[in-house]
Design a protein around this ligand. Sequence first.
Ligand code: ATR
Length: 284
Amino acid sequence: MSLSGLIGFPVSHSLSPAIHEYWMEKYQIEGAYKLFTTPPARLRQTILHMRKKGVVGVNITVPHKQNVVEYLDGLDDQAMRIGAVNTILNKNGKFIGSNTDAYGFISNLQRSVSDLNPYLKKVVILGAGGATRAAIVGLQDIGSMHITLVNRTEATAKEMAAHFGVNFAPWGDRETVLNDASLLINTTSLGMTGKPSLELDINHLPTVAIVHDIVYAPLQTSLLRDAAQRGNIVVDGLGMLLFQAQKAFELWHGILPEVTDELRSIVLAKKDALSETIQPGKTA
Ligand code: ATR
């Protein structure tokens, strides 16, 4: 019986059990994916508990993605480069921190267009948070050379841009930088249910550009609606959640599970059922 799960605070809203349970059933893996509600002061005990239980691995979410590092035995390359852990793999008793968010982010984009290359010419990313770091690593891994970060707090964007060797622009320039952009990505929480809306006029953006919002609650953000109306290719954020889970499942169970339309429908139904509760709204 292989035990896995999610450690975070809060976690009761999570869609991850629905995803992993669907695959465990489909691939006949006897196991369970459990939610471990863990306030920051209890993180150490929860990790110890996971070791005692002999889990195959666990996912890590807010607010532990960075703090968990001190309780692990090592980090893989992705976790090191992103600077955060979203998945732990139990490798013969050693807890190794990994990060499948960059994979999830890129796989979601790749599913929407057969060839991403033409869209990597000039990438504009709104935001400079944890999700942005995963997006940058994913984009750089597939050869994106020209990335511009645009963030409300300029100092944060500047620091992140220097770290990853990308450009940054002031928040006030967020419309003019769209002029020759080929891919626009929102990694801020703006537009998420319960958050302020994203004030952005995308009329400067070429209509051949892809517009991707990593927010998935709501699934159709006003950014995506505006973009679709003018003919841009749009990519919503639910796929990132599904694909980061795909990679975690592979790490734990040795099978790369399929992200199917059926799975997407099941997760969307679950999301609607949970809509009364607070939801995270994006993979971060
Ligand atoms: P995550 O780790 O989920 O990516 P985060 O670190 O909380 O999330 O980052 C949220 C992002 O949304 C940040 O880029 C934040 O900008 P600041 O660095 O200026 O805080 C951005 N954001 C949140 N609220 C915003 C607002 N009202 N206007 C503009 N940007 C906002």
